[in-house]
Design a protein around this ligand. Structure first.
Ligand code: AVJ
Ligand code: FE
Length: 436
């Protein structure tokens, strides 16, 4: 924000911190103490771990590093270091209890709001443009999405409520041709962009077709009905091995319901909505579907070109619709709804070429490994992104209904193991354009 004064930046930081905390409170106050302490799946931490971890990260980064103040709880750093204990082991740790954890995060936050007034938003790269604060806002929002995924895995009566997403309001084409040629991928100017989104660099992407919408439940159910899960020819070697080992037969949370399908969402069982994008599929399932459909997953560069390239100017935009930050009529973000919206529900969020809902609804698997861009520099520490670089992780793009706008933009990169499907993951397909 070029014309923002330090005072306006302080105000924006305070608002964003408060918005993240209100969401954390919503997710952790929705269930009782037993539910906060319990592990709902070995894939996830107990909610009370996420809560105190969010506070601990804020203490390390803002209270100690930026503020130079004394530790609040030096003794708990090890417990909440994500690299020290895998998620499955976290319930056995001597964690802070719910009341203690709430008190801890509140104490840390008070100190942060106190020191915010004296931070010079210039000079050190950590404080320029409020980066360290932006990183903490995004960190809390990312853990809020993780906690939302824990809610989805939790068994028991519904604890969360939200109005349904909007219905389809526009017709969406099948595929869109993205012209070949160079475009600018990544960013060097987005103030709160994380290290893995940097630097901006030119990539030459040959012409390709990309689906204008994500693959729907209707389409995915056809893949199942036509034997998609029993024919190894559609699957990669690793994918087929995983499909057999894990006995995959349908997206996570789907159950047979007469001739059709039902799913349980946040504690409510309902028929699968054929018009919604499929969600809770792993990368191997996405790859198999794409092969069955005669297509493939987009590469990460293709996804970003479809999302950011403006053919009229040749410029890369911040979002498919332009440079303005997301709002409720552009994208299904921020847990305003507890489901992805059908294709055509956000015509104001489409790209200039007519690709819909790239931002929000479901994270989209790409075929790309998570690696650093040319000129990558780890910041502020290697453990944020760099230690994950390599062929083990695949990139997901675009954010889901559970991703906050603060942690989502055209350049934002998420990553996970290709077997993971407890996240809000779906996909769209792409294919090479015939050479002319
Ligand atoms: C970017 C979602 C893969 O949750 O592991 C949270 C974000 N990093 N705390 C994750 C993150 C440190 C990260 N993902
Ligand atoms: Fe974290």
């Amino acid at each position: 924000m070029i014309d923002e004064t330090a005072e306006q930046l302080r105000e924006r930081v305070a608002v964003e911190l408060e918005r993240a905390r209100a969401r954390t409170a919503l997710l952790t106050d929705a269930v009782d103490d037993d539910d906060l302490i319990r592990q709902h799946s070995p894939l996830m931490s107990p909610l009370v771990w996420d809560l105190a971890h969010v506070g601990n990260q804020e203490e390390l980064w803002l209270v100690r590093d930026v503020g130079g103040r004394d530790p609040v709880r030096h003794d708990i750093d090890e417990l909440y270091d994500a690299f020290k204990h895998v998620r499955a082991d976290r319930p056995q740790l001597p964690l802070l209890g719910p009341a203690e954890a709430r008190g801890y995060v509140a104490t840390v936050r008070d100190k942060v709001l106190d020191l915010l007034g004296g931070v010079p938003f210039e000079g050190r790269r950590l404080t320029t443009d409020g980066f360290a604060f932006g990183m903490i806002v995004q960190h809390e929002q990312q853990h809020d999405e993780t906690m939302l995924a824990t809610h989805q895995l939790r068994v028991g009566p519904a604890a969360l409520n939200a109005p349904p997403p909007p219905p389809a309001g526009a017709r969406v084409a099948g595929e869109v041709l993205v012209p070949g040629g160079p475009f600018t991928m990544g960013t060097s100017t987005e103030a709160w962009a994380l290290d893995n989104e940097r630097p901006a660099h030119v990539v030459d992407v040959p012409a390709f077709f990309i689906d204008a919408a994500c693959v729907t439940n209707r389409e995915y159910a056809r893949f199942i009905a036509e034997g998609g899960y029993s024919q190894p020819r559609w699957w990669s070697e690793d994918g087929w091995r995983h499909r057999m080992e894990a006995d995959l037969t349908a997206p996570m949370h789907w159950q047979r319901d007469g001739d059709g399908w039902a799913y349980t969402r946040f504690g409510r069982t309902e028929p699968v909505n054929p018009d919604e994008p499929v969600v809770h599929v792993c990368c191997y399932e996405a790859q198999a579907y794409a092969a069955w459909a005669g297509k493939r997953l987009p590469t990460e560069a293709e996804w970003e070109k479809a999302a950011r390239f403006d053919p009229a100017t040749g410029r890369s935009r911040r979002y498919p619709w332009g440079d303005e930050s997301p709002s409720a009529h552009r994208a299904n973000l921020g847990q305003r709804h507890l489901a992805p919206a059908p294709a055509g529900a956000y015509p104001d969020g489409a790209s200039p070429l007519g690709v819909h809902q790239l931002i929000g609804d479901v994270w989209e698997w790409t075929s790309s490994d998570f690696v650093g861009y040319p000129g990558f520099a780890a910041f502020p520490y290697r453990e944020y992104s760099e230690v994950f670089f390599g062929p083990k992780y695949k990139v997901l793009r675009g954010g889901s209904f559970g991703t906050d706008a603060a942690a989502c933009r055209g350049t934002f990169r998420n990553w996970d193991f290709p077997i993971r499907r407890q996240i809000f993951s779906g996909f769209r397909c792409a294919r090479d354009a015939e050479p002319v």
